[in-house]
Design a protein around this ligand. Sequence first.
Ligand code: DC
Length: 230
Amino acid sequence: MENKKIIIAIDGFSSTGKSTMAKKLAKTVGYAYIDSGAMYRAVTLYCLENGLFNGSELDVAKLEASLNDLSITFGVNEAGGTETYLNGKNVEKEIRQMAVSSKVSIVAAIPAVRRALVLQQQAFGKEKGIVMDGRDIGTTVFPMAEMKVYVNASAETRAQRRFDELRGKGDTTTTYEEVYKNVCERDYIDSHREESPLRQAEDAVVLDNSNMTIEEQDAWLLDLFNRLTK
Ligand code: DC
């Protein structure tokens, strides 16, 4: 008999390695993977490209009026990785840059943006068989998800990971201190905003991976998945 299909929600602070583990788990179990953070990042890129930001000030009315003109989709590249498209254009690289990272929490706090993206995320999960990572997946997007994981790691560990990632991508100017500051700022905004703040769902299982190897983490996730789908 085929195992039952479930929804897997992986939430946690930024740079906890959620995306990497979610992607890997999806591949291992043959599920689709959706990076919900990429969707908030794509809206942020749209705001930056269309002059909706004046410094840190966002023209919320203009953004709300533009939401219907925004199409965010996902494609799969030759290596099997998921890439984000904004109005048909591949923006996977742009949305990972610091310019977007430093503004995304502002955009993600706008209720109309969250409403629009949550609806789209729920549509992605209609058929189940999906792994989605973010901040509010187990609480707001899929409160009925069968598997909920809440990932955590210290701010220092997370800043170091993001710093290494930026260096690996050829960014030689951003300092560790800047990344650490950005991580702490986003932690604060993401967990204190009024609309769907980051919090652990009551029925989520906590995974603190500060001192875990990738292999240990993957085995931990797969074991939980196997127990829930038996
Ligand atoms: O996971 P990430 O760092 O790529 O997410 C980018 C930002 O989007 C993050 O600062 C918080 C926000 N976000 C959110 O509010 N809700 C989600 N479900 C996913 C991300």
